[in-house]
Design a protein around this ligand. Structure first.
Ligand code: SAM
Length: 208
């Protein structure tokens, strides 16, 4: 039996793939954040809500995946900063089957009507990235997973270093009630209380 890892999109049921519904319907055990479990109210599977304790989550999977069909739910796409990576590291790629989901990054670019082939994606969700801001300042488009005050401060410091070259957008609660896309200045970040679900887009002005 394989561990099924499903990308559940940015939050709205409208952005969930049919393939995910099929896997969830066949699951004996569903593991994921409560807000993802809530996307499947009709599922009769055992639902195990999990938080940030990755070792604890891996232990839960270890105890059941050989006997039961386990489906792990992740936000957005499994390939972008998700629980999929520790599960793949622990159990190996052959033991897992991944179903892609619509990433918050995709939605953010779609909302601005921009191609993202040349975008660099940066994870500042759990901790601040270790990139040299001067290197990043050569990129045309940056998508930064934020949602913490420290991440906003990091974005602000990058913008200050690059002067006026980029336009900054905050994309909050994408696909959810309260979705908001705002064009802001770095100074605005001092006073904005951003959602914990925020993607920053930094776009070179000549790409807009
Ligand atoms: C652990 S990462 C998961 C990213 C996910 N795998 C993806 O592809 O979107 C969590 C971060 O994703 C972003 N995110 C997830 N859902 C979002 C939403 N509905 N609106 C805005 N940002 C979201 C936020 O930056 C949040 O801090």
């Amino acid at each position: 039996m394989k561990i099924i890892i499903c990308g559940c999109g940015p939050g709205s049921p409208d952005y969930l793939a049919q393939a995910v519904h099929r896997e969830v319907a066949g699951a004996a055990v569903l593991i994921g954040a409560q807000r993802l479990l809530d996307l499947f109210p009709a599922s009769g599977a055992e639902k195990i809500p999990v938080g940030a304790d990755i070792d604890g989550i891996l232990r839960i999977i270890e105890n059941c995946w050989r006997q039961q069909r386990v489906v792990v739910l992740v936000t957005g796409d499994p390939g972008i900063s998700s629980l999929a990576q520790p599960v793949l590291n622990r159990f190996g790629r052959d033991a897992c089957f991944l179903i892609p989901g619509i990433s918050s990054v995709q939605v953010a670019f779609a909302r601005l009507g921009l191609d993202w082939t040349d975008a660099k994606i940066i994870d500042a969700h759990g901790k601040n990235p270790e990139y040299d801001p001067d290197d990043l300042g050569k990129e045309k488009k940056l998508a930064i997973l934020g949602g913490r005050q420290e991440a906003s401060a990091w974005v602000q410091s990058c913008c200050r270093r690059w002067g006026d070259d980029y336009q900054l957008f905050c994309c909050e609660n994408l696909t959810l009630p309260g979705e908001r896309i705002s064009e802001v200045t770095p100074e605005d970040l001092d006073s904005s209380a951003l959602s914990s679900l925020t993607v920053f887009l930094l776009i070179r002005r000549d790409c807009l």
